[in-house]
Design a protein around this ligand. Structure first.
Ligand SMILES: Cc1cc2nc3c(=O)[nH]c(=O)nc-3n(C[C@H](O)[C@H](O)[C@H](O)COP(=O)(O)O)c2cc1C
Length: 276
């Protein structure tokens, strides 16, 4: 079993890097074949330009960067530990830029599907973190991982996370669960204050007391003591292979033909709006 540890902080010797080093050390203590840290900042990742060649022509992405070096590395992961700082309530732009290459991800998703991952977000203790775990977990679910554990730790300056021993123990405890080899079970109905699939605490109201998670589309009903999550919708969340395939086949691939049909009208309106 190989643990891949991904540090998504642009800051050298920062908290995410320290947590990554702790994960590496813990792994060496456990009976794990190998572990390796990759620093996202070492990979030069260009922005997706929306050319759609990867989807419509089934070609590799034409951008010249380290994207495929990164996917090759990721494909070796039997499990993943992801540490990332919070920037303006959310993930750093480098991680979002990487995830924006999502249209090229399906081959990697097929390899990684079902493998366990832990996400640890780092923030300052100021209540500016609401999108951090949902977006970290959207990235992980979009790669095919299942979220074994996901939580925040706090510390602003580099190394400040070390000052709270409990949160370091929380990291070590999560890693210990990773090695226990417990098989994933289908989600069962449950009462929770966060989404059991992706850990989001941000919900969209459908109607009345019914809510859904914007990250994974799991549905719940608000009760006095929390949200009661529906097993069916959790087990068919947005990032399952079936729904991913459906999204690609029945939306993304079809947009080409739909666009062609509308092209004459688009050109007419362009002239009307921009040339007259
Ligand atoms: C550009 C920038 C934006 C930040 N925005 C937030 C924020 O919105 N919420 C928060 O809790 N901390 C924020 N922080 C603080 C970092 O999350 C914190 O310093 C963390 O320890 C950084 O992790 P690192 O050392 O692994 O890079 C921000 C830091 C930077 C540099």
């Amino acid at each position: 079993m190989k643990l891949l540890i991904m540090n998504a902080s642009p800051r050298k010797k920062g908290n995410s890097e320290i947590l990554s080093a702790i994960a590496l050390k813990e792994t060496m203590r456990a009976e794990v074949d190998s572990a390796e840290i990759i620093h996202l900042r070492d990979y030069h990742i260009e922005q997706c330009t929306g050319c759609m060649r990867c989807v419509f022509n089934e070609e590799n992405c034409p951008l010249e960067d380290d994207f495929y070096a990164w996917t090759d590395r990721m494909a070796t992961a039997d499990a993943l530990f992801l540490a990332a700082p919070t920037y303006v309530t959310s993930i750093p732009g480098s991680l979002k830029t990487l995830f924006d290459r999502y249209l090229c991800i399906p081959p990697l998703y097929k390899k990684l599907y079902g493998r366990p991952a832990i996400s640890v977000g780092v923030a300052s203790p100021i209540d500016w973190e609401h999108f951090q775990l949902p977006l970290m977990n959207m990235f992980l679910l979009g790669l095919g991982f299942r979220i074994l554990d996901s939580f925040m730790v706090y510390g602003a300056g580099p190394g400040e996370v070390l000052l709270d021993r409990d949160q370091i123990d929380r990291v070590k405890g999560a890693l210990a669960r990773l090695w226990s080899g417990r098989k994933p079970e289908p989600f069962a109905e449950m009462l929770s204050d966060h989404c059991p699939v992706c850990r989001s605490t941000v919900f969209e109201r459908i109607e009345g007391q019914r809510f859904r998670c914007p990250v994974c589309l799991s549905e719940s009903v608000l009760e006095e003591n929390g949200y009661r999550f529906d097993a069916g919708s959790m087990n068919q969340h947005r990032w399952t292979p079936e729904r991913m395939e459906d999204h690609f086949q029945n939306w993304i691939l079809k947009t080409k033909g739909m666009f062609r049909e509308k092209l004459r009208e688009i050109m007419r309106r362009k002239r009307e709006e921009l040339e007259k």
